[in-house]
Design a protein around this ligand. Structure first.
Ligand code: PMP
Length: 465
C-alpha cells in the first residue's frame, strides 16, 4: 500500500492499526504514540509529511542525521544502480564504492587514516573502544591499558559498552551493573559548571579533574579518552576554546589514544566538516555515522590514524588484524550513497552554509531572550540548544513536563524540535539540529513557533503560581 501522495484516511487508519498491533517502538511510550499517530510517508528538503497531508518542519533532521535534507532522488538512483551492479559482498574482500568512500573520508581528515566500516554510531564507538584496547595490548604488552576516560552526561550509544561509556545515569540504571572500565569525569558544561566556577577564571578545572582521575586510576591502566567535541545530548554544550587542545595534551602526556565521537558533530553540522576541526586537534580514533550518508542508508565508520593502523598491519602469520567482524560493514550500496552524499555536501558547500544559517538561527533565538524563561542560547553551526529555566538568576531548570509541553506545542504547530536527554538532570534544553539546507524563511518559522511555545509555557507557569 502506498500512502505517498494522496491522503487516504482509510489507508492511513490501516497503517496505524498495523503498526500499533505489531511494532515495538523504543524510547517512546506506546500510549503516547496511540494519541499522536504520526505516519510519515514523504519528505522534501526540511519538511516531513504525514499520510493525512499535514506538513512538519523537521528542526531535528530526523534523529540529528538528515544533513543534506530529504527527497534527494539522486541518492535513490545511486543505490539502485549499485544494487544492480553488486548489492553485497563482505569486507573480507575489496569493493569499489567502499574503497572510494574511504579515500574521500580520509581526504577530509588529512589523508593519514584508515577507515573501518560499520553500521551505526554505537557500533563505531564500540569498535573504537576495542581497537584502542587491542592497540595497547599490541604496543604495550607489559602494561594493562584497557580503561576509557569519558564524561558524565555524555551519550555514546545504546549497546552495553557504549551505554557504560555514556554518562547519563537514568539511561543506564535499568541495565546495571554495566562494565566498570569506563571512568567518568566532569563535563565541560559552562552554563552549569560542575565546579560552580566561571570561565576563564576556572582555569579549566574540568581538565584538571580529568588529569587527577587519570593519575588516580594509574595512566598505565588507561587506553583512551573519548569526547564528543560539542556534547549534544546534554543540551548542546560547546566547550571553552582551550578544552579540547588541553585534553589532547593529556593524551600525549600519558600515552593515551584520543577518541573523538563525531557521530552528530560530523559532516558539516557545526559549520566545519568535523567538529574537532574547530580546535585543530588530531584524534587517533574518530567515530562517524549519521551525516556520513545523511541517513539515506545505514552506514558508519571508525577512523584510525595510520600509527594505529600500523599496529594492525601484518602478514598471514601475524595475529594483529582488527579482531572483529560485522556482516554489513562496507556495504556497497550504502557506501555508494554515502560517497555521493558527501560529494553533494561539498558541491553545495553545506558546512559553510551551516555556519551561516546557524549564526542566523542563533541571532533569531537570542531575539527571544525577552522571555525570562530562556536561560541560555548556545551552539555552533546548526547544532543549537535553548536552555529553559524558571529563574534566570538561580538558573533553576524547568521540569521535564514543562520542556515536553514546549516540544508538544511546537509539534502541534508544525515544527519538530528536540529536547536534551540528560535524565534526572539537564533535561531542560530544547535542541535544534535541522537539515543543513534549511532556508532563512524556515528558520524564521522555527524561531516564531518556539517563541510562541515559550510564551505559552510562561502563561502556564503564571497560572500555576
Ligand atoms: N554518539 C553520539 C554522540 C550520538 O548522538 C549517537 C546517537 N544519537 C550515537 C553515538 C549512537 O549512534 P547510533 O544511534 O547510530 O547507534
Amino acid at each position: 500500500m502506498s500512502l505517498a501522495n494522496t491522503p487516504d484516511p482509510e489507508a492511513r487508519k490501516a497503517v496505524v492499526r498495523q503498526d500499533l498491533g505489531n511494532v515495538l517502538h523504543p524510547i517512546v511510550q506506546h500510549k503516547v504514540l496511540e494519541q499522536q499517530q504520526i505516519v510519515v510517508t514523504s519528505a522534501q528538503n526540511s519538511t516531513i509529511v504525514d499520510a493525512d497531508g499535514t506538513a512538519y518542519l523537521d528542526a531535528m533532521a530526523g534523529l540529528w542525521c538528515v544533513n543534506i535534507g530529504y527527497g534527494r532522488t539522486e541518492l535513490a538512483a545511486v543505490a539502485a544502480e549499485q544494487m544492480q551492479q553488486l548489492a553485497y559482498y563482505p569486507h573480507t574482500a575489496m569493493n569499489v564504492p567502499a574503497a572510494a568512500l574511504a579515500e574521500k573520508i580520509n581526504g577530509l581528515l588529512g589523508g593519514d587514516n584508515h577507515i573501518y566500516f560499520v553500521n551505526s554510531g554505537s557500533e563505531a564507538n564500540e569498535a573504537g573502544f576495542k581497537i584502542a584496547r587491542q592497540y595497547m595490548k599490541q604496543e604495550h604488552p607489559g602494561e594493562f591499558r584497557y580503561k576509557t576516560i569519558t564524561r558524565y552526561f555524555s551519550y555514546h550509544g545504546t549497546t552495553l559498552g557504549t551505554l557504560a561509556a555514556g554518562g547519563m545515569g537514568e539511561r543506564k540504571t535499568k541495565f546495571e551493573p554495566l562494565s566498570g572500565d569506563f571512568i567518568h569525569v566532569a563535563q565541560p558544561y559552562c552554563y552549569r559548571c560542575p565546579f560552580g566556577l566561571t570561565y576563564p577564571s576556572c582555569a579549566l578545572a574540568c581538565v584538571k579533574n580529568m588529569e587527577t582521575t587519570i593519575l588516580g586510576e594509574g595512566p598505565e591502566t588507561v587506553a583512551e579518552i573519548i569526547v564528543e567535541p560539542i556534547m549534544s545530548g546534554v543540551g548542546v554544550a560547546v566547550p571553552p576554546d582551550e578544552y579540547l587542545p588541553e585534553v589532547e595534551k593529556l593524551c600525549r602526556k600519558y600515552g593515551l589514544l584520543l577518541h573523538v565521537d563525531e557521530v552528530i558533530n560530523g559532516f558539516g553540522r557545526t559549520g566545519k566538516m568535523f567538529g574537532h576541526q574547530h580546535w585543530g586537534i588530531s584524534p587517533d580514533i574518530i567515530s562517524i555515522a549519521k551525516g556520513i550518508s545523511s541517513a539515506y542508508l545505514p552506514i558508519a565508520a571508525t577512523v584510525v590514524k595510520n600509527h594505529v593502523f600500523q599496529s594492525f598491519y601484518g602478514d598471514a602469520s601475524d595475529n594483529r588484524q582488527v579482531a572483529q567482524v560485522n556482516t554489513y560493514g562496507g556495504h556497497p550500496a550504502a557506501a555508494a550513497v554515502a560517497l555521493r552524499n558527501i560529494e553533494i555536501m561539498q558541491e553545495e558547500r553545506l558546512a559553510e552554509r551551516a555556519a551561516e544559517m546557524g549564526a542566523y538561527l542563533m541571532d533569531g533565538l537570542r531575539g527571544l531572550m525577552h522571555h525570562p524563561w530562556i536561560g541560555d542560547v548556545r551552539g555552533k553551526g546548526l547544532l543549537v540548544g535553548v536552555e529553559l529555566v524558571l529563574d534566570r538568576q538561580t538558573k533553576e531548570p524547568v521540569t521535564s513536563a514543562h520542556i515536553q509541553s514546549v516540544v508538544d506545542f511546537c509539534r502541534n504547530n508544525g515544527v519538530i524540535v528536540g529536547r536534551s536527554g540528560g535524565g534526572r538532570r539537564y533535561s531542560n534544553t530544547i535542541t535544534l539540529c535541522p537539515p543543513l539546507v534549511i532556508t532563512r524563511g524556515e528558520i524564521d518559522r522555527i524561531v516564531e513557533v518556539l517563541g510562541q511555545a515559550v510564551a505559552s509555557l510562561g502563561r502556564q507557569l503564571a497560572s500555576a503560581a
